[in-house]
Design a protein around this ligand. Sequence first.
Ligand SMILES: [Zn+2]
Ligand SMILES: [Zn+2]
Length: 138
Amino acid sequence: MGELANCSTCGNLFVQNLRSLCAACYKKQEEDYKTVSVYMRQKKNRSATMLEVCDHTGVEERVVRQFIREGRLIVSQFPNLGYPCESCGNMIQAKRICSSCQSELERELDSLDKPKKTERTVPTNQTTKQSQLKQYLQ
Ligand SMILES: [Zn+2]
Ligand SMILES: [Zn+2]
């Protein structure tokens, strides 16, 4: 028997498995995925925006975004289907931040890794900031 965990969607206790979802939420998510991918397979929906996809499928935007981020929904042929970069707000179709913010973050992380000796004060929350920045790069 596995350990008990809280479902990341509904918060119910369930026996932990490879997913962080309970069986009911997992089933719902798979149904949502099917609904959205059927919708996206129709040529006429190629120009759909995130709002239209959610409107027409009834699937939550948060869930659709998750599918895109995980690479389950391929949106390269859907120019309007994206979500804002968490850093600058530009439209993106993968990960959490756009590529220019990503390289900026990487530069920033680099400089945090090698603090200059000339700096008068080293911020105490440096590690926190570093891990915050890193999570955007996932
Ligand atoms: Zn659940
Ligand atoms: Zn950005």
